[in-house]
Design a protein around this ligand. Structure first.
Ligand code: MN
Ligand code: FE
Length: 317
C-alpha cells in the first residue's frame, strides 16, 4: 500500500458511521411549531442552511463519482472516495429527514440554489471552477492538466467543503448552544465531523500531487489558488450576512465573516500556502473537540455503537 493516510481516513470514516434517524427531532418539531421560541431571524438561517447544504452535498457527491474518481487510480484513495460518496448520500438523506420532520417542502428547499442569490453565487463559483474536469474527454497528460485537476480539488475540497460549509456549521452550532433546534444541531455536528475528514483527505491528495509533480506549484499557480480562496471568503461572508442579517444572540454578523477568514487561513496553511488574514478565531468553541459518543438513549431511536470511543478531535479543522 502506497498511501497509508488514505487507508487511515477510510478507517476513521468507518469508525464515524451514523444515520440521521438515530437523532431525535422531537424537540425541534415542537420548537418549529411554537410561535415563541424561534425568532424570524432563527428561522431564516435554518432555512438558508438547509437550502445551501442540500444542493452542496449533491454537487460534492457528483464531483467525486463523475470527476475525481476517474482520474485517481490509486486503490486506497479510491476506497476512501467510495466511502466519502456514501457519506454524502447520508448527508443528503439527513436533509430529507430534517425537511420531513419539520414539514418543510423539500422542493422549495432544493430550489433555493436558484431562488437565493447568495446560495447560487457559491454553487456557481465551484461549478465554474471545475467544469472542464467533468468533460468526459478530459485527460491528464500535461502539467497544465495536472493543474486543472488540482483546481478541481481546490474547488471542492478546500473551497466547498473547507470554506463554504463553515459559516453554516457555525450558525447551526451557535443555535444549538442556545438550546434551539438541538436535533438539527446534532445532525450538523455529525456532518461536520465527516466533512473534517473529507477536507483532510482532499488536502492530503493535493499535497501528494504537489510532492509528486513539483512543477505544478509555480508562483503564479500559488497566487491563483490564494486568490480563489479569498474570493470564496467574500462569497461566504455575503452568504452569512444574507442568512443571518441581524446576527444572533451574543454574536454579531461580522463575527461570522471573521470566523470564515480564520478557517480560510488554516486551509491555506494546510496546502502549503501563506496566511492572508491573520484573524483570531472568534468562535473558539467551534474547534473544541466534539464528543459524539452515541451513549444517549432516546426512547424511540435505535442507537448503534460503532466504535468504543466515538470522539474525534476536530481541533485541526
Ligand atoms: Mn457532506
Ligand atoms: Fe463532504
Amino acid at each position: 500500500m502506497k498511501y497509508m493516510w488514505a487507508r487511515q481516513h477510510y478507517k476513521d470514516g468507518i469508525a464515524n458511521s451514523w444515520q440521521p434517524e438515530e437523532i431525535s427531532m422531537q424537540a425541534d418539531v415542537e420548537q418549529w411549531k411554537a410561535r415563541t421560541v424561534l425568532s424570524a431571524n432563527d428561522r431564516r438561517l435554518i432555512l438558508w442552511n438547509l437550502g445551501f447544504f442540500s444542493t452542496a452535498e449533491s454537487l460534492t457527491a457528483n464531483n467525486i463519482v463523475m470527476a475525481v474518481y476517474r482520474h485517481v487510480a490509486n486503490p486506497e484513495c479510491r476506497q476512501y472516495m467510495l466511502r466519502q460518496a456514501f457519506e454524502e448520500a447520508v448527508h443528503t438523506d439527513t436533509f430529507i429527514y430534517c425537511c420531513d420532520s419539520l414539514g418543510l417542502d423539500p422542493d422549495e428547499i432544493y430550489q433555493m440554489y436558484e431562488t437565493i442569490p447568495s446560495i447560487k453565487a457559491k454553487d456557481d463559483f465551484v461549478i465554474e471552477l471545475t467544469q472542464q474536469i467533468l468533460d468526459p474527454r478530459f485527460e491528464i497528460n500535461t502539467i497544465e492538466d495536472v493543474q486543472q485537476f488540482v483546481r478541481n480539488l481546490i474547488g471542492y475540497y478546500v473551497v466547498m467543503e473547507g470554506v463554504f460549509f463553515y459559516a453554516g456549521f457555525a450558525m447551526m452550532l451557535a443555535l444549538k448552544r442556545q438550546n434551539k433546534m438541538v436535533g438539527i444541531g446534532e445532525q450538523f455536528e455529525y456532518i461536520m465531523r465527516d466533512e473534517s475528514l473529507h477536507l483532510a483527505f482532499g488536502c492530503d491528495l493535493i499535497n501528494t500531487l504537489r510532492a509528486e509533480h513539483p512543477s505544478i506549484w509555480t508562483a503564479a499557480f500559488q497566487q491563483e489558488v490564494t486568490v480563489l480562496v479569498q474570493q470564496a471568503v467574500v462569497l461566504e461572508s455575503q452568504y452569512a450576512k444574507d442568512a443571518c442579517p441581524n446576527g444572533m444572540l451574543g454574536i454579531n454578523a461580522e463575527q461570522f465573516s471573521n470566523y470564515v477568514k480564520h478557517i480560510a487561513d488554516r486551509r491555506l496553511v494546510r496546502i502549503g500556502l501563506a496566511e492572508v488574514y491573520h484573524q483570531e478565531n472568534p468562535f473558539p468553541w467551534m474547534s473544541q473537540s466534539t464528543d459524539l459518543q452515541k451513549e444517549k438513549n432516546f426512547f424511540e431511536t435505535r442507537v448503534t455503537e460503532y466504535q468504543a470511543a466515538g470522539s474525534l478531535d476536530m481541533s485541526d479543522f
